[in-house]
Design a protein around this ligand. Structure first.
Ligand SMILES: *Cc1c(COP(=O)(O)O)cnc(C)c1O
Length: 361
């Protein structure tokens, strides 16, 4: 299957890749290989070297991202692996807004002197271009968490390449079904596989993808060495569950996105809502309420169907006010509520959200 992977549509790749060769009596799905060691003499000796269940998931995600994938134990392990490519004191260009784990890690490492951080508004392409001189890595999210702002990825990737800067794009929100950063010029794509890829709030997993050319393979070898050396590996059970979740990503995302469109439209008409932030695709959105942060928090506490919890990308709809965390930057409004829209019936979702919003009136 792997040899024909490129000719298949993404919805088919999701289902068909990462399986065993067809043999009479053989299993249909991917193997779940639970072993920490292997009989001597093979390509892999120990679990930190590799695992057939990772390989199955990597085959599927690599094809989806039009590159080659590497599965790790967490999205944050993928972030740490990408940062491990930096020389000591290396220069990172990044937005002040983004996934909190990433922005916090960047700020803390900058404070320790391990790296130099140039913070720029990544929606402003000229400002990013001006910051690239002498930089080592450009970190981008588009849309950003939780403001849902977009960056001009082809322009920024081209500028970074011209300046010799490695571009890392966190593609967790868009998924490879809505955006393929390697085809837009990125060097490294990063996913929290915990979110849409696994999709059921029951797995912690990270993914990196690099281009299938010489430079991409050189990056991948360094990232794989980091995974091996520090043991930033995925549990085989987690990789297997993520592959099982990945099979339905296209139908889950189509349904969740259709729901998100309806929710975004209706939010815009509700008197308790000051602003809707929806980039037009995907199933993540945010909105600002009227009133203050405490009242916005009460909205989150007043839903019965929407799950009041952090994280995203699951079958169930989730709601959270991001400034409940002291480390969320002040650029994020106190009244901003992030929604991860799930696959439930949209009328049930709207009814529940509307009754919670009515507490604002
Ligand atoms: C959750 C998340 C991460 C971190 O991934 P974990 O799997 O929780 O370690 C990174 N980036 C984004 C956009 C995320 O949503």
């Amino acid at each position: 299957m792997a040899d024909q992977a490129e000719s298949l549509a993404p919805a088919t790749q999701l289902v068909a890749l990462g399986r065993e060769p067809r043999t009479p009596g053989g299993q249909v799905g991917a193997p779940l290989v639970l072993t920490s060691t292997y009989h001597a003499g093979g390509a892999e000796g120990y679990i930190r070297d590799g695992n057939p269940t990772w390989t199955a998931l990597e085959e599927a995600i690599g094809a989806l991202e039009e590159g080659e994938a590497l599965v790790l134990g967490a999205g944050m392990a993928a972030v740490a692996a990408a940062l491990s490519l930096l020389p000591h004191g290396g220069v990172v260009v990044a937005s002040p807004i983004g996934y909190m784990g990433t922005t916090t890690m960047l700020r803390e490492r900058a404070a320790e002197g391990a790296l130099e951080l140039r913070i720029v508004d990544t929606t402003d392409a000229e400002a990013v271009e001006a910051a690239l001189d002498g930089a080592d890595q450009l970190w981008l999210e588009s849309p950003t968490n939780p403001m849902m702002e977009l960056a001009d990825l082809p322009r920024l990737c081209a500028a970074a390449r011209a300046a010799g800067v490695v571009t890392v794009i966190d593609n967790t929100f868009a998924t490879p079904l809505r955006q393929r950063p390697l085809t837009l010029g990125a060097d490294i794509v990063l996913h929290s596989g915990t979110k849409y890829i696994a999709g059921h709030s029951d797995v912690l997993l990270g993914v990196l993808a690099t281009r299938a050319d010489e430079a991409g393979r050189a990056l991948r070898a360094r990232l794989a060495k980091y995974r091996h050396d520090v043991g930033a590996v995925a549990g085989p059970m987690e990789a297997w569950l993520a592959l099982r979740g990945l099979r339905t990503l296209a139908v889950r995302l189509d349904r969740a996105e259709a729901n998100a469109r309806v929710i975004a439209e209706r939010l815009a008409t509700h008197a308790g809502v000051a602003r809707v932030r929806y980039p037009g695709s995907g199933a993540m959105l945010a909105f600002d309420t009227v009133g203050d942060g405490a009242r916005a928090e009460r909205v989150c506490e007043s839903t019965r169907l929407w799950v009041h919890s952090t994280s995203l990308g699951a079958v169930e709809s989730q709601i959270e006010r991001r400034r409940r965390y002291v480390t969320e930057p002040e650029l994020v409004p106190e009244t901003l509520i992030r929604l991860s829209v799930g696959i439930e019936d949209v009328e049930d979702l709207w009814r529940d959200l509307a009754q919670a919003l009515d507490t604002l009136l």
